[in-house]
Design a protein around this ligand. Structure first.
Ligand code: NCD
Length: 298
């Protein structure tokens, strides 16, 4: 039984083979592709809001011919006081091959794996500010398509890094691929306590000659009111404007996991500009999730 819980459980060659599998499934004739996960059942449990990740998994599962069930958490028995463990055990008893789980608490996907033993494959769709490994895979795949190699890349990651599971798993994933020039910049109080990446003291230091710029949303849902930056001033000090983009290499790509807050962490002109790959990330999300589901269940 395989799981996809933490990007750190994967090595470089396995991640590379997932890129190849992504390409293979993308190019497969629909008739053949639709047979890949026939008779497999995947259940999605999202205890936090999601558009991209949930729909992306749904499309990936359906495009491989799997059955997909979205559990409506707001109307489920967890609202009647049932524990998460009992909910999962109950759903597993109905016959299910994989759970896709998003939860506000760090470590929930790993807990589910421990509870269910090896009955069901667990896929982590985001746990607190800890990991979002499928986002890391789609981000890595997008960088791989645009940049080819990893060794001499300079990456800048900007904004609310402290609360971002996207940043945490991407930093780990980049290091696994052999990319170590990772520079972080954002409001001081939104920087992590510890990180294997480099925390720099100006936007310019992280952006100058960068190959990839990753912008992040201010994750208010994980902050006390006093921690929330003023959105009007944010763009001026920490956001990606057309002028700041000029610091990066001319062929630099601009990434964002979404949802974006226009004119806060990113100017619309940049988000919609020629260097932005934000919507490509969304497309690649469906493709890489097909590869993950295939890798775990086929
Ligand atoms: C991210 C998440 O949920 O961690 N979104 C996503 O999955 N694309 C980032 C965010 O919510 O800001």
């Amino acid at each position: 039984m395989k799981h996809f819980i933490d990007i750190n459980h994967y090595d470089r060659s396995t991640l590379s083979s997932l890129f190849t599998l992504t390409d293979t499934l993308r190019d497969m004739k629909p008739k053949k592709r639709m047979k890949q996960l026939r008779h497999k059942t995947i259940m999605q449990l999202f205890f936090e809001n999601s558009t991209r990740t949930r729909v992306s998994f749904e499309l990936a599962a359906r495009r491989l011919g799997a059955h997909l069930v979205n559990i409506d958490i707001a109307r489920s028995s967890t609202q009647k006081g049932e524990s998460l463990r009992d909910t999962l055990e109950t759903l597993a008893a109905m016959g299910c091959d994989a759970f896709v789980i998003r939860h506000a608490n760090n470590g929930t996907a790993e807990l589910a794996r421990k509870w269910l033993g090896n009955k069901v494959s667990i896929i982590n769709a985001g746990d607190g500010n800890h990991q979002h490994p499928t986002q890391a895979l789609l981000d890595l795949y997008t960088i791989h398509l645009h940049k080819g190699g990893w060794k001499n890349l300079k990456i800048g990651i900007f904004g609310d890094i402290k609360h971002s599971r996207v940043a945490a798993s991407l930093i780990d994933g980049l290091r696994i691929m052999g990319c170590h020039d990772i520079n972080l910049y954002g409001p001081r109080h939104l920087m992590p306590e510890s990180t294997p990446a480099l925390m720099v003291n100006s936007f310019a230091n992280a952006a100058r000659d960068a190959d990839v710029l990753v912008m992040l949303r201010i994750q208010k849902e994980r902050m006390a009111d006093t921690e929330i930056p003023n959105p009007e001033q944010y763009l001026e000090y920490y956001g990606l404007t057309p002028e700041r983009l000029k610091l990066a290499k001319p062929d630099a790509i601009v990434m964002h996991p979404g949802p974006i807050n226009r004119e806060v962490e990113i100017a619309s002109e940049v988000a919609d500009g020629p260097q932005s790959v934000i919507l490509e990330q969304v497309t690649n999300g469906v493709l890489t999730r097909q590869a993950i589901l295939h890798h775990l269940l086929a």
